[in-house]
Design a protein around this ligand. Structure first.
Ligand code: GLU
Length: 329
């Protein structure tokens, strides 16, 4: 007998795709009802209610759509009769949507995103397994207060930490440096740990014009210059190692900060925090002294989402610095 009420919100992704024999590509086509009906056993765990938000490849997901989706989720979470939410999504931008949703709500009810790497009609599809696992997690009392989770391949990851790591494999999700929060083992949901750096930013709007720039050896700063010229309201720079930049890129970054554009520094490394322990003209210390904001252990794409949300809440560099650096330094 189902005792929980779960709202399933579909947005598209491979989980809702089927092969088109003419184009020989996979395209968004499975409806939300088809998805839920493909796992009849869900009924043993939950009464589901379906909301079809979109049916797109997640490469088309924009910050504004993520924000609308977050608003919809908060509305559902506020309902007394709803116990949890499951969102289906493509894996390409799943980690960004999950993180924005996580930053924008503080409900203890489980919010779970899931996806698939093999299409709905693939003979070896991971659609039913992942959807079923996500519903189990959304129903699990042990997942209350854990924040927004991402469930795939029987692993439960924190929205803040998870990354897509493999272009094609079903074991694509990892939380580098941290590992999963827990697992789904048959009908059992186990949580081994929680992410203690979770934050709530009650923004009523966002600033989507934030650009992410990745550094490489010999970067001459021209992309940073272009980003400033094209009206970026914020920049995230995925720097080298501990948070260092080639000198010309560092000079261009400092120029950007002087024009009052908030610039957040992250690392292109998969694990660890940025910190200005290196001197020199492109060293993290000089950048921080000039006003760059440390992005902590966030990936570039996650720091961009955080800046997009934070700029909807505050605009002063000092306030942004507090939001980014309060827990970490
Ligand atoms: N292009 C797909 C997407 O919508 C990637 C694979 C997937 O959905 O998991 O993100």
């Amino acid at each position: 007998m189902a005792t929980k009420r779960i709202v399933v919100i579909t947005t598209g992704g491979t989980i809702a795709m089927k092969r088109d024999i003419h184009s020989q590509t996979i395209e968004p086509s499975a409806s939300g009802k088809e998805l839920i009906d493909s796992v009849p056993d869900i009924k043993q765990f939950a009464d589901t209610e379906l909301i079809e938000f979109a049916n797109i490849d997640s490469s088309e997901m924009s910050p504004q759509m993520m924000f609308e989706l977050s608003r919809l989720i908060r509305k559902q979470l506020a309902r007394q009769d709803v116990d949890g939410i499951v969102i289906t999504h493509g894996t390409d931008t799943l980690e960004e949507t999950a993180y924005m949703i996580d930053l924008l709500h503080d409900s203890p009810k489980p919010v779970v995103l899931t996806a698939a790497m093999r299409s709905f009609d693939d003979p070896g599809t991971d659609v039913p397994t992942n959807l079923f696992a996500a519903v189990k997690v959304a129903c699990a009392d042990v997942c209350r207060g854990v924040g927004t989770m991402v469930v795939m391949n029987d692993e439960i990851h924190a929205a803040r930490e998870v990354r897509k790591t493999y272009t094609s494999n079903v074991a694509t999700l990892e939380s580098p440096g941290y590992g999963p929060l827990g697992i789904v083992d048959e009908d059992h949901v186990i949580i081994y740990r929680q992410s203690l750096t979770r934050e709530f930013l009650p923004a009523k709007k966002i600033e989507p014009k934030v650009m992410l720039l990745k550094m490489s050896a010999g970067d001459d700063g021209s992309l940073i210059k272009f980003a400033v010229k094209s009206g970026a309201k914020g920049l995230v720079i995925e720097g080298l190692g501990r948070g260092n930049l080639p000198t010309p890129a560092a000079e261009e970054t400092i120029r950007a900060i002087k024009t009052n554009i908030p610039v957040v520094l992250t690392s292109r490394c998969f694990k660890g925090r940025v910190l200005g322990i290196y001197g020199g003209s492109g060293g993290g210390k000089k950048l921080h002294d000039a006003g760059i904001i440390y992005g902590g252990d966030l990936s570039g794409q996650k720091a961009r989402i955080k800046l997009i949300v934070a700029l909807g809440l505050v605009s002063q560099l000092t306030e942004l610095k507090k939001i980014f650096e309060r827990q970490m330094y």
